[in-house]
Design a protein around this ligand. Structure first.
Ligand code: SAH
Ligand code: SF4
Ligand code: F3S
Length: 441
């Protein structure tokens, strides 16, 4: 069967999509075609905000029409599947199967049953799931590899649906992770990103090794040149973890550390478990340890009860930290969550107006951070041709910034030194250093 997977959501979902694709290939199916002509379409869903759900339901309308015209098997996976469970078949009676994120290993079974009278479903999420240990083929990302190290979340931030749809935290055995990374290195993967909703809690309460120890062991694997991880929770960043930056050869000088708000009142309503000054202490410690570290974050604007002074506290925190980049979102009430019952709803116009002030400020800060790179020589891992200009190459610095430069194809997938000549809002322009004492033509 020719299959196509439409994916929404976070890096965990991107990786789950790759796992599903690999399971399907192992069972004799072929990737190819698109929504218009594949025999099997799987939609891997996200419900972190209302917009993500709306996108999913409008796509399902298209697929329903397509199914009237051709033989088409439709599967729904991911977080909406888990959120709705069996209820999804009432709303979308034309789908053939639905699997929660801990059940994606059951796709072959779902397909075997797809021609049966009733749809196949699996949403169980208890104990160690085989979905955690599926090793995807390295199908589309060249020298970059992604490894799930844990699933779920126990934090219950009051706005967030993740603990309800991804279940409790569960860490994968370190021996298994190390074997996967070693195998990736033997296939030529040089950059590894460790994935989990809350990687700092890896192996909490277990007698397997801690997260910083895991980083140290991966750092020692020959062939691995760059190591990254997402996502971190500020309350769980230990001194030992901070000490890994600037010490471990492979650990890149970048961290994604969502702060969500700069107001202590809002942080408490969000159940984040830290104050703005505790967050700033972590930032100071990271920068003391590793002056060059790029810090990015997530932030929510318009959370219930946020008044102008709370929002100003957020803007102050941004000015103080001067993040390299921020993903910012308007608060979206979610099913099951405590915040969806909070008073003090911020009117949409106010929330949009705050978001636009927020983004305007961050654009100037990001541009400033990028301009400060001008004149520096940095190591770039070349990912391929540049998106906007096929004659150019695109790569990333260790700090995660995109660099476009003129180079030749032989550089693709290699680490090269590049001089930064210009910083823009979303990227850097570089040039290959001219040979000492000579001229480049
Ligand atoms: N586990 C990660 C990220 C989870 S989701 C973490 O804790 O950092 C990614 C981001 O989506 C969150 O950091 C938050 O900024 C945003 N988000 C989550 N729920 C949201 C909601 N209900 N409304 C708006 N933004 C939300
Ligand atoms: Fe959601 Fe908070 Fe868990 Fe992140 S830490 S996934 S924001 S509950
Ligand atoms: Fe979305 Fe689920 Fe990820 S809700 S953000 S796909 S964990």
């Amino acid at each position: 069967m020719r299959f196509f997977i439409e994916n929404f959501g976070c890096q965990m979902n991107d990786h789950d999509m790759e796992k599903m694709g690999s399971v399907l290939i192992d069972h004799g199916h072929t990737p190819g075609g698109g929504l218009e002509d594949a025999d099997l379409v799987i939609v891997n869903t996200c419900c972190i905000r209302e917009k993500a759900e709306q996108k999913f339901y409008s796509l399902m309308g298209r697929l329903q029409r397509a199914k009237r015209k051709r033989n088409l098997i439709i599967g729904v996976t991911g977080c909406i599947a888990q959120q709705e469970k069996e209820g999804i078949f009432e709303r979308l009676p034309f789908i053939d199967f639905s699997l929660g994120p801990s059940n994606i290993h059951r796709i072959p079974e779902a397909l075997e049953n797809a021609s049966g009278a009733s749809a196949f479903s699996a949403f169980a999420d208890n104990g160690r799931s085989p979905s955690l240990t599926i090793r995807p083929h390295n199908t589309r990302r060249g020298i970059k590899g992604y490894v799930t190290i844990m699933k779920g979340c126990n934090n219950f931030c009051s706005y967030c649906v993740v603990p309800y749809v991804r279940g409790r935290e569960e860490s994968r055995a370190s021996a298994d992770i190390l074997a996967e990374v070693a195998e990736m290195a033997s296939r030529g993967i040089t950059e590894v990103t460790l994935l989990g909703q809350n990687v700092n809690s890896y192996n909490n309460g277990s007698d397997d090794i801690s997260f910083p120890r895991l980083l140290k062991k991966i750092d020692a694997i020959p062939g691995i040149r760059r190591l990254r991880f997402v996502t971190s929770h500020p309350k769980d960043i230990s001194d030992e973890l901070i000490g890994c930056f600037g010490t471990l050869r492979t650990l890149c000088e970048s961290i994604h550390l969502p702060f969500q708000s700069g107001s202590d009142k809002i942080l408490s309503l969000m159940n984040r478990g830290y104050t703005a000054s505790e967050y700033l202490e972590k930032v100071v410690a990271l920068r003391e340890r590793c002056g060059d570290i790029a810090i990015t974050a997530d932030c929510i604007v318009g959370f219930p009860g946020e008044d102008e002074s709370d929002f100003e506290a957020t803007m102050r925190l941004m000015e103080t930290v001067r993040f390299d980049g921020i993903f910012s979102f308007i608060y979206s009430p979610r099913k099951f969550t405590a915040a969806s019952a909070l008073p003090g709803i911020v009117p949409p116009d106010t929330a949009h107006e705050r978001l636009s002030r927020f983004q305007k400020l961050q654009r100037t800060i990001t541009l400033d951070a990028n301009r400060r790179m001008e004149g520096r020589r940095v190591e770039v891992l070349v990912e391929g041709p540049s998106r906007n200009c096929a004659e150019e190459l695109m790569g990333r610095t260790r700090s995660g910034k995109i660099v476009n430069f003129t180079g030749d194809e032989s550089m693709i997938y290699k680490l090269v030194d590049v001089d930064i000549i210009k910083g823009y809002a979303n990227s850097l322009r570089g040039e290959i250093p001219k040979p000492e004492g000579g001229k480049r033509c």
